[in-house]
Design a protein around this ligand. Structure first.
Ligand SMILES: [Zn+2]
Length: 182
């Protein structure tokens, strides 16, 4: 059997990856993309083994048993691609909570997860109580770990996500006003 040819893929902007100059991954002829082990190792070490969102340690057993997810900062549903600066490692919990959400929504979920209300009420119940004027005493949202660590290459992806979110917001407003007019 002939092995499918793998085309190495490099970062569009190498300055986005300080100290890394190898292929980020490989693309097969059918378009399937996989990250190179070299890139995953670099990213893990660059992040000092911590989740880019909440800062949780990703675990010593990572190399044998991957507890980290390669997270798409701008998710694919919002047009994000597989390449840096749009990827970083995130823990299971953040990865599951982020899904196709925007940053501000994830920040709120992390804030809720770390509050005393977590495990007692759901985030939707918390929303209703807050709307009803009940002070749940939540601590202010912590900055994301990537922002505390000043991972500048991630900021480009964040800017794209903010822009997509603003576009969606404007779109939903114009859809509503369209409904009103007709
Ligand atoms: Zn996390």
């Amino acid at each position: 059997m002939v092995k499918a040819a793998l085309i190495p893929v490099y970062a569009k902007d190498p300055s986005a990856l300080p100290g890394f100059d190898g292929p980020v991954g490989y693309r097969r002829k059918d378009g399937m993309f996989t990250f190179s082990d070299m890139f995953k190792d670099w990213m893990f070490l660059y992040q000092e083994g911590r989740c880019g969102y909440c800062g949780t340690e990703l675990g010593e057993t990572w190399f044998g048993n991957r507890k980290a997810h390669v997270e798409h900062i701008v998710c694919r549903a919002h047009g994000g691609d597989d390449l840096p600066p749009n990827v970083m490692y995130a823990c299971n919990t953040c990865n599951n909570q982020k899904r196709d959400l925007h940053f501000s929504v994830l920040a709120e979920r992390i804030q809720f997860r770390e509050s005393v209300a977590a495990g007692i009420i759901t985030i939707n119940q918390a929303h209703k109580l807050i709307e009803a004027g009940i002070n749940l005493g939540f601590k202010p949202a912590k900055p994301f770990h990537f922002s505390k660590m000043n991972w500048k290459h991630v900021y480009a992806a964040v800017a794209v996500d903010r822009q997509r979110m603003a576009e969606e917001f404007n779109l939903s407003i114009s859809e509503k006003s369209h409904v009103k007019q007709s």
